[in-house]
Design a protein around this ligand. Structure first.
Ligand code: AMP
Length: 341
């Protein structure tokens, strides 16, 4: 029997509940400190208790997963806590394409794939001295927006960078990525590409709530001006968003383009869940600043199904359940190699 395994964080509850609903065995790689939390959920069949998630690389953990015919579902925590080399060395079959996760973590590769997909993007700024308009300065990897900052010019950049270094939030030798700031309505577009059906599905959209940048809007400008604190973009939670129906055509087009580009650049392509993240401007034109090449935590808001999936499925379908359905169908038809790497 096939089982579904994931790391205890990010969207693991949704992933394992969906797997259980599909009749698959569920395994959670769980840090000791979170054992009490995860034991509350009866749909988790087995906990592999570890001191650190890195133990998933150890023989002991991998052999338990192998004995259970486990498919490992990657999510943001895996990417945040492990290097691309470590992820690629995992022997357990990983759902989707583990090779594309490197393209998500590396800013240069990320930009290359987004250009190949023809996604409209805010311009990157190659050096602080070239900052002409408002920019956002980012760290490498899935840092969740922590330590990001905005800058209006080179001086502003240097002051804020130095401040964050002195506060220990970023390190001195860290390469930062500078990008034109795109103003508008944030939208995180979540998709699923089925390698079995060779079909793209639009699952839903969400918005992220980030601290303490959002808190700024609650403070009168007089106090804002007096504050020397550099606001951060640390994700705290997500809320649902439905788009104007007239925007959907372009949403599918961007998703299709991304899937096609990934097929050309990173075999076997963008299989499974992914997310295109960006901003709609005043003309409803989308600018994409980021993608995630795996399930995003924003899908947690649709554990009972999303508005768009209720149009495609006559049942409650979460992203976790959709993943499990693909694994189950692949296992039943001897095609697990098509859905895993
Ligand atoms: P990211 O790690 O790229 O997803 O960025 C984290 C957060 O920073 C996003 O959720 C946005 O709120 C903000 N952000 C990132 N890039 C831009 C941009 N180019 N323009 C405006 N906001 C951005």
């Amino acid at each position: 029997m096939t089982s579904i395994a994931t790391l205890g964080s990010h969207c693991s509850l949704q992933v394992l509940k969906g797997a259980k609903d599909e009749g698959l065995k569920t395994i959670l790689v769980c840090e000791k400190k979170r054992e009490k939390l995860y034991k509350r959920f009866p749909f988790i069949d087995e906990l592999i208790i570890v001191d650190s998630f890195k133990e998933v690389l150890d023989q002991k953990c991998q052999s338990i997963l192998e004995q259970n015919n486990a498919v490992l579902i990657p999510h943001g925590t895996l990417i945040a806590q492990m290097s691309s080399e470590e992820i690629e060395s995992i022997k357990t079959p990983i759902f989707g394409n583990k090779w594309i996760l490197r393209w998500e973590s590396d800013r240069g590769m990320k930009e290359k794939l987004m250009r190949e997909a023809n996604l409209p993007m805010p311009e990157p700024v190659s050096s602080p001295k070239d900052i002409k308009n408002l920019v956002i300065v980012k760290r490498q990897g899935a840092a969740g927006g922590k330590g990001y900052f905005m800058a209006a010019n080179e001086k502003d950049y240097n002051t804020k960078r130095d401040q964050l270094i002195s506060e220990g939030i970023i390190s001195k030798d860290e390469t930062l990525y500078i990008q034109e700031y795109a103003a508008g309505v944030l939208a995180y577009l979540q998709f699923f590409y089925s390698p079995l059906k060779e079909e793209l599905e639009f699952f839903g959209a969400d918005q992220r709530h980030e601290s303490d940048i959002e808190g700024l809007a609650r403070i009168p400008s007089e106090q804002q001006l007096k504050s020397a604190k550099v606001p951060s973009f640390n994700v705290i939670g997500n809320s649902p968003l439905v788009l104007r129906e007239s925007l959907l055509e372009q949403v599918y087009e961007m998703g299709e383009n991304f899937v096609e580009a990934a097929k050309r650049m990173v075999s076997p392509g963008m299989n499974g869940p992914f997310c295109i993240e960006g901003v709609y401007d005043e003309n409803a034109k989308f600018k994409s600043f980021e993608f995630s090449a795996r399930i995003v935590a924003g899908s947690n808001i649709y554990m009972d199904g999303s508005p768009y999936y209720s149009l495609l499925y006559n049942e409650q379908m979460s992203m976790g359940k959709r993943i499990a359905r693909e694994v189950k169908t692949a296992a039943e038809t001897n095609q697990l190699d098509k859905v895993t790497t």
